[in-house]
Design a protein around this ligand. Structure first.
Ligand code: NAD
Ligand code: ZN
Length: 358
């Protein structure tokens, strides 16, 4: 499989460049009229090594946490961009995880009605999943990702050695999405992942590179023809129905991708109980992928059926009155149902709890 690829987008086609050598950073550092926005933790870790060539007078270091995904932060950036270059041909080059991506992507898409933006993802979630797909998002009045645009970077550079310094909870959060995408990529990808999961978990760069490449490929296949997320792309929310609910019932103590792993486990129980997923496959997924990668267990009170159902009812993506759920089936096909019952939720949660010895 060739490593670099282009994404066809309704907005503008863009390139994903997979790098095994950090030289590309030195070249980016010489870009004329560039402004560099770097996640503060990434800057502290790499300013004297990988990022040493960036011209410090053009570097904006951004402290990062979920609360920073706000219009206020974007405004701070606008102010700095205007000071640096009052021209449309300003080039924005950003380094960081999904939060930095969302903030800088939104800023890049709105200032001067869109400027040239290059993104270098530095977390597993961002490298294997969020960097493609064109979405930029901000939180608003406590609602996650309520504001946003569709705006892809012009280029994305993926360099897996950045992942060595990621904290375990953040790395395992990203791993949740990697598992999801491999399941969605069909049986061969699923079997391949089982084989490589130990080296991925020990952050072997080659294993990571391969897993990232496959993940992006699968994500692309689901976005094909549905960039704006009105149909098939929505299936990428597999694991997210229960997952989003768990994030909120645990008060975000369970990181996003870890909540998705739990969500896949629970969704698979519903699918098995409906006769859509056979026992053997469900068990194989649970034993080989879900249990080894679930490092943050949900607090018991956060998976009580009533609280989960309540949270699922509040999901902003819900369209009707009934509960929706995306499920995996025997042939690795995914479907969305809109008639999930509270009884089904309760038994899936009881079985998930038992499997996790909670
Ligand atoms: N736009 C999209 O399509 C999309 C898709 C999925 C998720 N997201 C968003 O992404 C965010 C989560 O992103 P994330 O999981 O990448 O984490 P993150 O951006 O929250 O980063 C996690 C932590 O890791 C630090 N960090 C980043 N790179 C590092 C490195 N190489 N070494 C050490 N520390 C590093 C950050 O400073 C931060 O403290 C959420 O806000 C979510 O809504 C966006
Ligand atoms: Zn997700």
């Amino acid at each position: 499989m060739s490593m670099n690829f282009s994404v066809q987008s309704n907005i503008r086609n863009y390139d994903v460049l997979i790098e095994s050598d950090p030289d590309f950073i030195e070249q980016l550092a010489q870009s004329p009229q560039a402004c560099f926005v770097v996640d503060e933790n990434v800057w502290n870790l790499y300013s004297s090594t990988l990022l040493k060539d960036l011209p410090t007078s053009d570097v904006i270091v951004l402290p990062i946490n979920e609360d920073r995904k706000s219009l206020e932060t974007v405004q701070e950036l606008y102010d700095q961009f205007v000071t640096l270059s009052a021209k449309r041909n300003l080039k924005l080059i950003s380094f960081g995880g999904g939060i930095l991506q969302d903030i800088t992507g939104f800023a890049a898409s709105t200032i001067y009605r869109g400027i040239h933006w290059i993104y270098i993802p530095t977390t597993l979630l961002a490298q294997a999943d969020s960097c493609i797909g064109s979405k930029t998002s901000l939180n608003y009045h406590g609602y996650k990702n309520l504001i946003g645009t569709f705006f892809p970077p012009a280029q994305i550079y993926i360099y897996p050695p950045f992942l060595k310094t990621q904290s375990d909870p953040d790395f395992y959060s990203g791993l949740g999405e990697v598992i999801k995408l491999h399941l969605m990529g069909g049986e061969l990808n699923f079997r391949d992942l089982i084989q490589h999961i130990p080296s991925i978990m020990s952050r072997d760069p080659d294993a990571l590179l391969q897993a990232i490449r496959v993940s992006l490929d699968v994500k692309l296949s689901y976005m094909d023809g549905d960039e704006f997320d009105i149909g098939r792309r929505n299936l990428l929310n597999y694991g997210h129905d229960f997952g989003h609910a768990l994030e909120s019932t645990s008060n975000f103590a369970v990181p996003h991708g870890q909540a998705v792993v739990f969500g896949m486990l629970a969704a698979n129980f519903v699918a098995r109980n409906r006769g859509l997923l056979n026992e053997m496959l469900a068990t194989e997924i649970a034993r080989n992928l879900i249990l080894p990668s679930l490092k943050v267990l949900p607090p018991v009170h956060s998976i009580e059926p009533e609280v989960i159902i309540d949270a699922m009812k509040k999901d902003k993506k819900r369209t009707g009155d009934l509960l929706a759920l995306i499920m995996m089936q025997n042939n690795f096909d995914f479907i969305r149902i809109n008639d999930l019952t509270p009884v089904e939720v309760a038994s899936a949660l009881t079985e998930s709890k038992a499997m996790l010895n909670l």
